[in-house]
Ligand binder design. Structure first.
Ligand SMILES: [Zn+2]
Length: 681
């Protein structure tokens, strides 16, 4: 047969258009310039409401506005599913650059809207005269683009939409297969038969709907029910996710808003798709939500209890692993695991670092000792020159500790094998699913790959389209791997059971060096200096405060120490400390560091004073502390205005030198302790 694919594509496209009917674009909506957190704020503000026409454009770098519209259900909408759409004409850009909205309907937060989530359901069955007050908190994006902001209402026809996806998904699979492939030939037979059943003469007529139902039923029984194979061997394990950079081309304040919009979209789509399971890392983001929208945070807790939200990832933020000290890496895991345990009663098992710029050889030991058994990244596939030879392997660290590691292999099937780039902002569609499997290098030991799907950075996470496609791919369309929705933990536990005893499981020893994003060790030197100074200071405060508590019964300042470490950890985020964020991020960062350094110095002085007050000396003495965990013989220097001074270590007189108001001598100091030297003037 000729033009089978073309004919099918045309009909699928037709159904795609017919899904929406009685579309109505509003001539204007109301707008107030500026940022308002809630409806009450916008109503109290003196700023006037201005009419925003459908031909008007809006946006601009870091611009905010509030939009309002009132919708009354008209007669021809009665009994139908109504959707409200906001279209901004933006596409093909990194999501953070596009306008984003938080939509409220009748005063309640519903979800985030963005280029990937343009519509929200107002009602499943509209009633005559029913009113909907639609409010949108709008953000213009991280660059200065001006865009449309068109508001539309329409009926969404579920019956047409279902047939559209039933045909569209296998057609996309067929397009990837060779002409002579048996699966392609067989699948086409079913699809052609189905479209021949549709009566397109008068769309939306009784005959039309009758034929839509017949074609749907035929596909359900003959194709999905009989021909498809849900027990296929190759499985793509799909985990819903949104990679939100804690700061990057926007500041921390904007991240707090991105979290609200993105997580609200997750909750809304969870209502519509029972199979939806979402995984989110970085307690810092949870903390932002908890502070900003406690009602959404309560919902999040419910989802965790239901097993549909997986709080995982291991670290406080997805931290840089090149500049961050060993102690800080431990803290990242400590604070990360503690937060998830305390808030949700879960024990993290995975280090989830999809986007971090290189991985220290110290990590396997730190992870093992923190009961983190698994490691995941994607970024290493962005290497400029060398492709890492493994996607599933044991990663061995400096001390010989090993962690089971797996790289996300989501890639576009069309670009393989020339381009080995993979993504953590994955899609669920036949090209990505087949691409993830084709790109996978350990097919000899495992039949399962991991896909982290969902738009990131304010792109709103997974979309409806992904779930509709997943529903069909779960049924086992021949020529494409099976899709299974699940948690990241389930994937790793299955992988562990399947490959850990396999002698062919490869091993990578040492650092996972990332051949890209160079300059991360040198740019924004000020932050790097602040980071190291803070790391040292907060380590010191901790042991000195503990010693002060033991000798002087001084209360241990746990809250202040935790606060300091959380700020240090936050600023080790993989776009902050490497220097890849915008100026505002470093202004905030400077303020935060100066605050914790100031508070930290006070805490340190108080602890030292308390310890020293308990050291009993008969003569005049100086007390020298060693913060390191080994004994040191060091040059000790202190300010003293006069030249003459004798220093004693017990009975032994030590040699001293004098220069410009400073006396120096060599002394031996115990590990994590202090020593008293006596002196005579
Ligand atoms: Zn990132």
């Amino acid at each position: 047969m000729f033009f089978e694919i073309e004919r099918l594509s045309k009909i699928v496209q037709e159904l795609h258009q017919l899904r929406y009917l009685k579309r109505h674009t509003f001539d204007h909506v109301w707008m107030k310039d500026g940022f308002y957190k809630d409806i009450v704020d916008v109503e109290e503000a003196n700023e006037p409401w201005i009419a925003f026409d459908k031909i008007d454009r809006w946006g601009g770098k870091e611009k905010y506005a509030w939009f309002r519209n009132e919708v009354t259900v008209r007669e021809d909408y009665v009994g139908k599913k109504l959707v409200y759409k906001v279209m901004t004409s933006r596409k093909d850009e990194w999501d953070s650059r596009n306008p984003q909205f938080l939509i409220f309907v009748n005063g309640k937060i519903i979800q985030g809207l963005d280029v990937n989530h343009q519509e929200t359901i107002l009602t499943e069955s509209a009633e005559l005269g029913e009113k909907f007050l639609v409010d949108l908190q709008g953000y213009g994006g991280s660059i200065g683009n001006i865009a449309d902001c068109i508001h539309e209402i329409s009926i969404l026809d579920d019956r047409i939409e279902r047939l559209f996806y039933d045909l569209h998904v296998p057609l996309e699979v067929v397009k990837m297969l060779d002409k002579e492939d048996k699966d392609r030939i067989d699948t086409l037979k079913y699809l052609i038969h189905a479209i021949n059943l549709i009566d397109f003469r008068k769309p939306y007529s009784e005959c039309f709907y009758g034929s839509i139902d017949t074609a749907t039923k035929y596909l359900e029984e003959a194709f999905y029910g009989n021909f498809c194979d849900p027990d296929g061997k190759v499985i793509t394990w799909c985990v819903g996710h949104t990679h939100i950079d804690v700061a990057w081309r926007w500041d921390l304040a904007q991240t707090r808003l991105k979290v609200q919009r993105s997580y609200a979209s997750v909750f809304e789509l969870m209502k519509q798709y029972d199979a939806y399971i979402f995984m989110s890392s970085q307690p810092q983001l949870y903390q932002f939500l908890k502070e900003e929208r406690p009602e959404l945070y309560a919902l999040l807790k419910e989802k965790v209890k239901e097993g549909r939200w997986e709080p995982e990832g291991g670290m406080w933020v997805e931290a840089d692993c090149n500049l961050t000290s060993g102690e800080s890496l431990v803290r990242q895991v400590l604070y990360g695991k503690q937060f998830f345990r305390k808030e949700f009663g879960v024990e993290n098992k995975i280090l989830w670092l999809p986007d971090v710029f290189g991985y220290s050889a110290a990590l396997p030991q730190i992870l093992k000792k923190s009961s983190i058994d698994y490691f995941m990244t994607t970024k290493i596939s962005w290497n400029e020159y060398n492709k890492l030879p493994y996607d599933t392997f044991e990663w061995e660290g400096i001390d010989g500790s090993k962690v089971l590691s797996h790289f996300v292999t989501t890639a576009n099937f069309d670009n393989l094998p020339e381009r080995y780039f993979t993504t953590y902002n994955g899609y669920i569609d036949p090209k990505s699913v087949k691409g993830a499997w084709e790109r996978y290098q350990q097919k000899d030991i495992s039949n399962e790959v991991l896909i982290s799907y969902g738009y990131g950075d304010g792109g709103g996470g997974p979309s409806k389209d992904m779930f509709e496609i997943a529903r069909r791919l779960e049924k086992g369309i021949k020529g494409c791997p099976i899709v299974k929705m699940g948690t990241a933990t389930e994937f790793f536990e299955r992988l562990d059971a399947n490959v850990s005893q396999n002698k062919k499981l490869p091993r990578w020893v040492g650092e996972l060096y990332f051949e890209y994003h160079r300059g991360t060790l040198t740019s924004m030197a000020r932050n790097k200096r602040y980071n190291r100074k803070s790391e040292f200071l907060y380590e010191d405060i901790e042991w000195l405060s503990m010693m002060a508590h033991l000798v002087d019964d001084r209360p241990y300042p746990k809250e202040a120490i935790d606060f300091g470490w959380e700020i240090i950890c936050l600023n080790q985020f993989h776009d902050i400390i490497p220097g890849s964020s915008i100026k505002k991020v470093y202004e905030d960062s400077k303020e935060q560091y100066e605050d914790i350094l100031k508070k930290g110095e006070t805490l340190k002085k108080q602890a030292l004073k308390a310890i020293v007050s308990k050291v009993q000396v008969e003569n005049e003495a100086i007390i020298v502390f060693n913060s390191l965990s080994f004994e040191r013989k060091e040059l000790i220097t202190f300010e003293y205005p006069k030249k003459k001074m004798c220093i004693y270590d017990q009975e032994m007189k030590l040699d001293t030198t004098y220069e410009k108001g400073y006396i120096s001598f060599y002394g031996t100091l115990p590990a994590k302790g202090y020593k008293t030297f006596f002196y005579e003037r």
